[in-house]
Design a protein around this ligand. Structure first.
Ligand code: ZN
Length: 82
């Protein structure tokens, strides 16, 4: 289980160079949302869990889309920079 319960912001992901993965629950369509374009649209303080409330599936138009950071690998996420 993650030890941090604070939602990541788009600015944090941009700093780490991590894109967002979106998955449609209805048709299983999935796509990578480039972090830079998300920051341009939504701003750096936008919280990652809220992305799913502002996106639609480009294939079926469903709002039932999940979105989450595409962390590079589970082994190296503990590197923190200030
Ligand atoms: Zn869909």
């Amino acid at each position: 289980m993650p030890t941090s319960t604070k939602p990541a912001s788009l600015g944090q992901l941009k700093t780490e160079g991590i894109d967002v993965w979106a998955w449609c629950e209805d048709c299983s369509h999935h796509a990578v949302l480039p972090i830079r374009s998300l920051v341009e649209r939504l701003g750096e303080s936008f919280q990652v869990p809220r992305i799913k409330s502002v996106i639609l599936c480009s294939q079926c138009g469903s709002r039932n889309v999940d979105a989450f950071p595409r962390w590079r690998s589970l082994g190296v996420v503990a590197r923190h920079q200030v």
